[in-house]
Write a protein that binds this ligand. Structure first.
Ligand code: ZN
Length: 162
């Protein structure tokens, strides 16, 4: 789904190369885990920070920063992984420069989301995460009811009990 990749990507901790590798497979940008180098992990964090700032800016109606826009465009300019059909009928995504290509796919997703669905971006009142609000009139307040919404309900219930 458009935007779900970059929204999740913006919230990643990226504390290790392993976390990045697993996320890129989970996002279906690759079908096998790459082995990111320390430099690639640093690049991945740069992209995450730029995506995160852009999402927050657009959700809050603030202007985009030129350097973040340039970062997104630079990542998106790289090739994305090739899509292949395997003999067993499954889809395979491969790339010689796996991490770089996968990050390009994330950057393109962010660009499409920011440009085409920017009006539907909101910041969660619970955790501050940016989420896509497709509801009419943009009335959602929580990133996910299971997470922040329920937490707030429980907190409200507890305060009423006191
Ligand atoms: Zn939240």
């Amino acid at each position: 789904m458009l935007g779900s990749t970059c929204l999740e990507y913006a919230a990643l901790d990226l504390g290790s190369a392993r976390e990045l590798a697993e996320a890129l497979v989970r996002f279906e940008t690759l079908t096998y885990e790459p082995a990111p180098t320390p430099e690639e992990l640093a690049e991945a964090r740069t992209l995450r920070d730029a995506v995160s700032r852009c999402l927050k800016a657009v959700a809050g109606g603030a202007p985009l920063l030129r350097r973040d826009v340039e970062t997104l465009n630079a990542f998106a300019a790289d090739e994305t992984p090739l899509v292949k059909l395997a003999l067993d009928g499954t889809l395979v995504r491969v790339a010689t420069d796996a991490v770089r290509c996968a990050l390009s796919a994330v950057a393109r997703d962010a660009i499409e989301l920011l440009a085409r669905r920017g009006d539907n971006l909101s910041a969660c009142v619970g955790c501050g995460a940016i989420f896509l609000d497709a509801s009419r009139g943009k009335r959602r307040r929580w990133c996910a009811m299971q997470r922040c919404g329920n937490r707030a309900k429980v907190a409200g219930y507890r305060s009423r009990q006191r």
